[in-house]
Each structure stands twice: as C-alpha cells, then as structure tokens.
Design a binder for this molecule. Sequence first.
Ligand code: PHB
Length: 408
Amino acid sequence: MRTQVGIIGAGPAGLMLSHLLHLQGIDSIIIENRSREEIEGTIRAGLLEQCTVDLMKSTGVAQRMMREGHFHEGIELRFKGKGHRINIHDLTGKKVTVYAQHEVIKDLVQARLDADGTIIFSVHDTSLHDLETTQPTIRFKWEETGEQEEIICDYIAGCDGFHGPSRPAIPETVRKEYQKKYPFGWLGILAEAPPSSPELIYANHERGFALVSTRSPEIQRLYLQVDQNDKIENWSDERIWEELQLRIASHDGFKLIEGPVIQKNIVSMRSFVCDPMQYERLFLAGDAAHIVPPTGAKGLNLAMADVQVLAHALGEFYRERNRGFLQNYSDTCLRRVWKAERFSSYMTTMLHRHDEHTPFDQQIQLAELDYVTSSRASSTSLAENYAGLPVECPKDWIKKLETPLLKN
Ligand code: PHB
C-alpha cells in the first residue's frame, strides 16, 4: 500500500490528524490494533477545552457534540467542607465542554468513513521501518489472514498511545524521557443517576481526592483517589458511594444522588514526556509522546493540539514544499505540553492526599487552595490553564484549507 501519511492509532490524535489532512487534500491511512467496537466503547475522560471544541466545529465534526455536550462556565473546588467556584468564563471568556472521549472517537470515525477514508482495524504486529529514508514504512499483519502488509509512506504519525510501537522506534540515544509516577490511582465509575451538581466538583479531603463529573442527564461520572495497588474487587458499590459521600460532603448538607453503578475501573496516574517528539520522518502525537494525570483534564486536549500543529506543518510541506514547520514540530508542541504537564502536576499535588505529607505540608496545601480560590490573580491563572492555553498555529489556517494543493 502507498500513502502520504501513515497513521498508527485510531484514537483522537490519529483520527483528527487524518481528518485534518483530508481537508487539505492529503492522503492518509490509519491502522489500529483494536476493533472499531473497542475504540468506540472504551470509557475514558471527557472534558474538552475551548480550542478542541473550536477545532471540531471549524472542521465540521461538532454537530452531535453541540447537541449532546454540556457547556460549563465554571468548576468548583471543595475543601474543608466548603465549595468555592472558579468562574472560568468570567476570568477567561472561555468555556469547557463535557463530552466523552469515545463520543469524539465515534464522530471522527464516522467523518473519516463518510469521506471514504481508510481505517484498518484489528491489525497485529505493527512495526516501523526505514524512518531515515524518503520512504518510511509501516508493517502489520491483517487480522483475518495473518498476512503481512506494508504501507510505504512519505511520513509516519505515531498516534498509538503510551504502549504503542512508535516511540520505541526512535533510537534511545536520540530521545530523553521524563517521568513521574504517583503512588495513587483513580477509581472511576459510571452511575445511573441524575446530576448532583451543575458543574464539576474537585474535592480535597483528608481521606483523599474525589471528583464529580457528568456524562448526560441520566449518567454521572465520578472518581475517587485510591492506592495505586488497590484492586477494583475491594470496592463494592456500597463502599464506593459511602466514600464518595464522605469526601464530597459539605457543611451545607450537600448529598450526592446515588444510583446503580454500571461501570467501574481503576487507572494509574503518571506524568511523562518524550523529547523530541519527532525523529526523521516519524512524528509522535498524543499519549505516544506524553501522559498527564487526569486532574487537569488535559490528555485528549493535548493530543488534539499536537495534531493541529502537525496537520498544519504537513500542509505547509505539501502546499509550499516548506519543511520549516515540520522541523519545528517537536519544539512547538513541547512548549505547550510542558505547560500542561506543569498544570496537571500542580492540580494533582494540590488536590490529592499525599501519605508522605507532614502536618506542615497539609497546611501549605490548604493555603494553596485558599489562595487560588480567593485571589483573582491566582484563580485567573488556574482558569486560563484549565480552559486551555493557545495552540501555536497560525490563526485561521483551517479557514484557508481551500487553497489549491501542490500534488506530489
Ligand atoms: C471526566 O469527566 O471524565 C473528567 C473530567 C475532568 C477531569 C478528569 C475527568 O479532570
């Protein structure tokens, strides 16, 4: 097979990249090791920054999100049994949108298939070759026959997540990896219940962090900080609700509305960055290049920002033969990535229980929460980062996508 851009991974990064390339007349093939049902059914986070929403809107994949998403103008930070609202919209002019990642995936898969895009699901044994040549290739095996296939590309985009084969294809001598692991994880549930709060609640409690989010008027998403080695079998539905009620409780008698738990799992937390995010003709995007703990709600949004930069850079190459943006891809992305890493680590540190904290550290943590919710300067900084920092891409480039393309 032959394509301009071979994309490994049909997550938000790979699918949006393929969509943005298509809008510029650039051909791509996506391969994915999971099935369509699996990628469309896996429950992940679900908070979209304004720029992610704008990107989806301006590229014609936002219709369902505009109908079914929930637009929030603020969040609540709750500590010492009291809620404090951060008015994101007042402070930044922006909103955030609750719309689950797998819904974004469904919309993007549909858009690619409607445009006759190629997504090959359930492949095996993906590997990358000849990255230093002008014809980098992807090899994989077809699910049905086990036969090997080869895709010869101009460029390869590694959008295959933290465990995919793309990042390891960059020689170890070339890449530096930065990592921080946290000694806790998040137990996440989906519950059949009406919303308990009109906005997200991030709660700091001496028993540990809790988060109240939503999915729809009927389904709520809630999280609890748990030990990293904890097992989901240890958490009966009754225990989960009891713990959530304790951690979310406020002096004004707030109670979470409970309901049947329809899904529960535990995810570990880490911060990770690979520098550079590119090597010769391979470009990494999304979780393949960086991981953030979910407290800042940045993972999906970083992936979308990466591919916006990459799609623009590839467009500049195919339109103008200008390789400058491609050469700067990693530096451009990493500036934003590190700020999101900083913010995610800040939110995680500020909101979680840390077993190693001394009483002094605990007071500092509460002072931080008090400061961020009472100082306009500090809450503006939190709101600006939460709503999303700007993507370093020329303004309006998406509007100019009609520009005739220079073909190979
Ligand atoms: C979610 O709704 O899944 C969610 C929201 C905000 C976060 C993390 C997860 O910070």
